[in-house]
Design a protein around this ligand. Structure first.
Ligand code: PEP
Ligand code: MN
Length: 347
């Protein structure tokens, strides 16, 4: 990774470096951090001579050779002070960043989604979620509908809140990018789909959109999860949020095995914000508050929570795990208390 002395390289400097790396069959890619651009070396970057020549240029601060499978995500990387901005929020800055909304948008009942969005804005969420396309275990369950994108766009226009939508393939990604979706969600089933991760990283690079990467149910180690996020950053989008959402169930009664306790491990190893999803972790509306409080106590920067004005009328996971906006408001207030305490303790 190449780190310039200034916040970015000018075009003449880029050309000069491109010329050097091309002699070693490599290329460079600009990654735009909040304060600092860094330049990833693509190709076999182990050539000591190439490193030396670049490091010797007067405008280069250093050429970083962090030995890590996730050198850009690494806490020690030059992106370590990168901040993820979503709409008017800097994730993890002053208070927990809360994404809320139904699991699934029902295209036949747009007013249920729009009314939920307004109620959630009132409750204090920072962004809206809503499934347009759904990864369903049962192939005969509702799979989503392109029409739902219009409904979530309308909710964004009416509330002014940024939106989070899961994408599972190129076609959905194209539609979501055209709609300027603020947060592209990669679900648990695609957490290790490296082709999709690369495509998302590449197409969303420089657009300002965030990516919420869920921890796959089968992603064993924190490092495997961080390396998946590295694919997004290495293709040019550093606006990554890591989202633990429960792993393979071991506790009979919970939908998944709650894993909010992985938060400090992720935060120690990377600079990326952690946004925990308590809804899919526990799978029952009644346990969502406890899991949320626990996540914030563990150091999470935010939460992604399923919420619906009338869960019984929702589809997908909503009847079981969505909380009503009134509960969301109480939850946000309790999480803020823990957040404030957390910072008091730290100081
Ligand atoms: C969802 O957010 O509704 C969802 C399908 O999540 P996950 O990928 O975590 O199962
Ligand atoms: Mn869901």
């Amino acid at each position: 990774m190449i780190i310039p002395k200034a916040s970015k390289l000018d075009s003449k400097q880029i050309k000069e470096i491109e010329k050097i790396v091309s002699e070693f069959d490599c290329n460079i890619l600009e990654i735009q951090g909040h304060n600092q651009c860094v330049y990833a070396i693509l190709g076999d970057e182990t050539h000591a001579l190439m490193f030396k020549r670049i490091a010797g240029l007067s405008y280069i601060r250093k050429v970083d050779a962090i030995e890590s499978p996730y050198k850009l995500m690494d806490r020690r990387s030059a992106l370590s002070d990168h901040q993820v901005q979503v709409g008017i929020s800097t994730v993890g800055k002053d208070s927990p960043f809360i994404i809320g909304g139904p699991c699934t948008i029902d295209p036949k009942e747009p007013s249920l989604y729009i009314d939920t969005a307004h109620a959630l804005k009132e409750a204090g969420v920072n962004a809206l979620r809503g499934g347009v396309w759904k990864p369903r275990t049962n192939p005969y369950s509702y799979q989503g509908d392109n029409k739902a994108i219009e409904i979530i766009i309308q909710a964004r226009e009416e509330t002014g809140l940024p939106i989070d939508v899961e994408v599972m393939d190129s076609e959905q990604l194209t539609i979501a990018m055209e709609a300027k979706v603020d947060i592209l969600q990669v679900g648990t089933r695609n957490a290790l789909n490296y082709s999709l991760l690369k495509e998302i990283g590449k197409l969303s690079a420089g657009t300002g959109s965030g990516v919420l990467l869920k921890r796959g149910r089968h992603v064993a180690s924190p490092n495997e999860f961080i390396a998946a996020a590295e694919y997004l950053v290495a293709e040019g989008n550093p606006n990554v949020m890591l989202c633990p959402r429960g792993t393979t169930p071991a506790l009979d009664g919970y939908r998944n095995h709650p894993d909010e306790s992985v938060t400090p491990l992720l935060k120690n190893r990377t600079w990326a914000p952690v946004v925990v999803d308590p809804s899919h972790s526990v799978g029952h509306a009644e346990y969502v508050l406890a899991c949320s409080l626990s996540a914030i106590a563990y150091g999470a920067d935010g939460l992604c929570i399923e919420s619906h004005i009338d869960p019984a009328r929702g589809i997908g996971d909503d009847p079981k795990q969505a909380i009503i906006p009134e509960r969301m408001k109480e939850l946000i207030s309790s999480c803020r208390e823990i957040w404030a305490h957390r910072y008091q303790v730290k100081d």
